[in-house]
Design a protein around this ligand. Structure first.
Ligand code: AMP
Length: 176
């Protein structure tokens, strides 16, 4: 993007199961902007075993949100490194205080909200199972495993992500 072009600050919001990744990759493919995902940021910290990464793993595994006083400075710090670029923020903000802090720090040009009916999301997520060791994902309707509950390749049992379980989806309903 040329120096005279105004940079774009955009946010995409959508619950898990709203096909956000598909829409995102389409936007990123066609527009020259940086993608910042708060979930990826946290997973990087978890992999590196940083001070914030270790407690984050416990919360994520339980399907809970990272507290605002940890998440907000982390995300805003990361955005500072993108000053020279247009960006698309994904997964942040997820709470009102996060949204207020972002709004105070940046003028957001575009907000994309994927408005998928809750019953469709619940149907999609509760039909999604994952084999943890490899990350292989099965969707009960579209690519079911050969044997219910068993990974096709290793024959080991697979699990449902904590945040894909119906109870977690219900309790997170208003915070995505
Ligand atoms: P995601 O990859 O966006 O689905 O994020 C994975 C997990 O990271 C979420 O289920 C939350 O536990 C945590 N997380 C990601 N973004 C945020 C955020 N903005 N605020 C709090 N927790 C978050």
């Amino acid at each position: 993007m040329g120096a005279s072009t105004r940079l774009l600050c955009a946010v995409i919001m959508g619950a898990p199961g709203s096909s956000k990744d598909t829409v995102l990759s389409c936007i990123i493919k066609h527009l020259e902007l940086k993608h910042l995902s708060s979930g990826d940021l946290l997973r990087q910290n978890m992999l590196l075993g940083t001070e914030s990464g270790v407690p984050a793993k416990t919360l994520i595994d339980q399907g809970k949100l990272i507290p605002d006083d940890v998440m907000t400075p982390r995300a805003l710090h990361e955005l500072k490194n993108l000053m020279e670029h247009s960006w698309l923020l994904d997964g942040f903000p997820r709470t009102l205080p996060q949204a207020e802090a972002l709004n105070k720090a940046y003028q957001i040009d575009t907000m994309i909200n994927l408005n998928v009916p809750f019953y469709v999301i619940k149907q999609r997520l509760t039909a999604r199972w994952i084999y943890l060791a490899s990350g292989r994902v099965y969707k009960i309707e579209f690519n079911p495993p050969k044997t219910v509950g068993i990974d096709d390749l290793t024959r080991e049992p697979f699990v449902q992500r904590e945040d894909d379980k119906p109870d977690t989806i219900d309790s997170n309903h208003f915070v995505w």
